[in-house]
Design a protein around this ligand. Structure first.
Ligand code: SF4
Length: 376
């Protein structure tokens, strides 16, 4: 079926459950608990065990969500065990779980580390109580600090903190405080995302009613530039538009996406992509835990949508993803529009050198526009 069936590959597992739904969230997540969790975990394990790529080594394993740490620990570990049985981890495999600071304790982190997880990604978002309440997060600022301490005590040496900026009512000073607090915790990685208002969210409806007081574009740019300068001072190098890491501890799993590599995926709503003799095949699993579990239980089709990417789609995806990286986008084998390229250079959005295109500081604010201009 695949053209590279023994190459190590990135593996993603989606766990869709959360204690409650955050106001800005459009991820495939559900405020559900009880029997459906165990049923979905069993279905996910069954899906993993039936992997058509069985035996292909995992170079990264990433359990995301949703909130993986909302699952009972035995279920989370059972998922990891199934993955490592079917897709044996390479010696240096990066094994990450997302974690919500409101759903963890030391025994959980301890058990996770002992089971083989070696990286944590903590959804902190802000260190200000009023932001967390407004966002609908279930944790308090102190939970974030405690989570980092507990993770370190459990043995984790590769920890990411997610923060969001341009929150309703957020000042530059408040954002600076958040950044400085996160940096003071001495984690190896930071992911810093600008809040986007997505349809079908509470924030979207509130924004339409004029209830959200969002920072304007100028303030957002100031916030982003501040992040770049403060992280640099702490030896966290920016390697992607939103990501900063100690050298050597960049997220290898996410790099697989940005390099447009293959990734296998399991769980409700998970999106996977692998090479076939006909090209790159991308699939999305059924999204709702009930429908997903029922399909697995009754051996029914699992893919909600699937396609073999056209050469044009593949080219656009490579440009869109690769541009995000500071290392630059290799232009070899890419199809580029010369006029569009000229425009991006004239607007000072792109620098061209050694068969690579790199976004300038200015260009980082226009990544999507640049990708569209570059595509023929
Ligand atoms: S914890 Fe994450 S996945 Fe869950 S509702 Fe909040 S933003 Fe969405």
């Amino acid at each position: 079926m695949t053209t590279n069936s023994l190459n190590p590959v990135a593996v993603y597992i989606h766990t869709p459950f959360c204690p409650s739904k955050c106001g800005y969230c459009d991820f495939n997540s559900y405020a559900m608990s009880g029997d459906i969790m165990a049923r979905t975990t069993a279905a996910t394990i069954k899906e993993i065990k039936a992997s058509p790529h069985k035996g292909r080594p995992a170079k990264t394993i990433f359990i995301g969500g949703g909130t993986p740490t909302y699952l009972p620990t035995d279920q989370l570990l059972a998922i990891l065990q199934a993955v490592t049985e079917i897709h044996p981890p390479t010696e240096d495999c990066e094994i990450t779980s997302e974690a919500n600071p409101g759903t963890i304790d030391f025994p959980k982190f301890d058990a996770m580390f002992k089971a083989g997880f070696n990286r944590l990604s903590l959804g902190a978002q802000s260190f200000q109580t009023h932001d967390l309440i407004q966002l609908g997060r279930i944790h308090a600022p102190t939970h974030i600090v405690q989570a980092v301490q507990m993770a370190k005590s459990a043995g984790f040496k590769n920890i990411n903190i997610d923060l969001m900026f341009a929150l309703p009512g957020q000042s530059l000073k408040a954002w600076q405080t958040n950044l400085e607090t996160a940096l003071s915790l001495g984690t190896q990685h930071l992911s810093l995302y600008c809040l986007t208002i997505e349809p079908n969210t509470r924030f979207y409806r509130h924004n339409l009613k004029g209830l959200l007081h969002l920072p304007d574009d100028v303030k957002q740019t100031e916030m982003y530039d501040l992040a770049i300068s403060l992280t640099k001072d702490k030896n966290l190098q920016q390697y992607e538009i939103s990501n900063f890491a100690q050298p050597g501890l960049e997220s290898r799993h996410n790099l697989a996406y940005w390099h447009s590599e293959e990734y296998l995926a399991f769980g409700p709503g998970a999106v996977g992509c692998y090479l076939t003799d006909n090209g790159k095949y991308r699939y999305t699993n059924l999204k709702h835990p009930e429908g997903y579990s029922a399909a697995i239980e009754h051996n029914q089709p699992l893919h909600f949508e699937s396609e073999t990417l056209s050469q044009e789609d593949n080219n656009f995806e490579k440009i869109m993803m690769g541009l995000r990286l500071n290392e630059g986008l290799p232009t070899i084998n890419l199809d580029l529009d010369p006029k569009g390229l000229q425009k991006t250079i004239e607007r000072n959005w792109i620098e061209q050198s050694d068969q690579k295109l790199t976004l300038t500081k200015e260009g980082r604010h226009f990544c999507s526009e640049v990708a569209i201009l570059l595509c023929p």
